[in-house]
Design a protein around this ligand. Sequence first.
Ligand SMILES: Nc1nc2c(ncn2[C@@H]2O[C@H](COP(=O)(O)OP(=O)(O)OP(=O)(O)O)[C@@H](O)[C@H]2O)c(=O)[nH]1
Ligand SMILES: [Mg+2]
Length: 299
Amino acid sequence: MQDGALLLVGVGGLGCRWASHAHLDVEDDCDLLLVDSDPLSLDLSESASTVCLGPEGSGGAILPELGHDWAKAHASIFADMFDRAELVLIAAGLGGGVGSGASTWLAEQARSSGALVVTVVGLPFEDQVARMRWARLSRPRLEAASHATIGISLSALALRAEKRGAEWESGGGWVPSLIRALVQTQARKGVINLDLMDLRTVLTQAGRSTVLVAQGDCYDPRRLFQKAFDAPLERIDLVNAATCLLHIEGGDQVTLGDFDRIADAFTRGLSDNCHVIYGASIVHELEGEVRVIAVLAGL
Ligand SMILES: Nc1nc2c(ncn2[C@@H]2O[C@H](COP(=O)(O)OP(=O)(O)OP(=O)(O)O)[C@@H](O)[C@H]2O)c(=O)[nH]1
Ligand SMILES: [Mg+2]
C-alpha cells in the first residue's frame, strides 16, 4: 500500500463477499483486505491481502467478543495498513461473531490512526431473532468507532435484489454501487467531480446516516427520485438530513444535462439547509439508464 491509499476491508463471511465483489469495479483505485476466521472467505479475491483470524480450523467466531479478540491478536499487521490509509471502508454483516466483533475493533483502530472510516453493515433478516439481538448490541459501538455507519437491511436488500434478478449475497448491485460511489468520490474520479466539500465533511455529521438507491430511465428524474425516497435500504426518517453525498452513474448515452436534471430533482426533495455534494460517472453497462446513490447524513 502507498500513503494516502483507499482501503476496502471485508470482515466476516458476508463482509468478505460484499467487499470482494465490489472491489472488482474499483481495483485500480483501492486496495482490498479480507478478514475472517473461515479460510473460504479469504479465497474470494486474487488481489486481496488476507488475515485469517482465530485458531486453525475454528470456522466461525459466533460470539462478537471472540471476533473482537481474534482481530486484536493481529494488531501490528492492521496498524501497518491503516497507518497509510486515508479512507478505510469496512463491509460487514452484523449478527455474526467476526462481522460484529472484529469489525468494531478494526474501525476503532483505523480511526485512531487518522483515517476516515466508513462502515457498510448488513442488518440481519427480520426473522433471525438471535442474530438481530447481537446486531443491536454491536451496532452502537460500531457507530461510535466509525465516522459514518450505513445500515442496509438484508430483508430490504434481498427483496430488491430478487426483483432485479441479482444476488443479495454479493450486494444485489447496490452495495458495489455504494462502494464505487465512496471510492470514486475520494479518488476524485468521474465526469463530474466533487469539489464543494470533501467526503469527510459530508460524512462526519452527528446522527445516523443512510443510503438511498434507485435505478431507471434518465428522462424521468422525478420518478427516480420517488423510487429512491420510497424505498430506503433502512427505514429511517429522512427529513432534515444535514448533508448529502449524491452520486449518479449513467450509461454512455446519458449527457451532462441529464445528470444535472437528476441532481436537481433530488436536491429539491431535501431541506434548504442540506449541504449536497454531487458527482457523476459513466458505467457502460447501464446503457440508457441511470443509477442514483445518495448517502444522507446527520439524520
Ligand atoms: N439467511 C441467511 N443470512 C445470512 C447468510 N449469510 C449471512 N447472513 C446474515 O449475515 C449476518 C452475518 O453473517 P456472516 O457474515 O456469515 O457472519 P460472520 O461474521 O462470518 O460470523 P461467524 O461465522 O459467526 O464468525 C448474519 O447474522 C445473517 O443475518 C445466509 O447464507 N443466509
Ligand atoms: Mg463466518
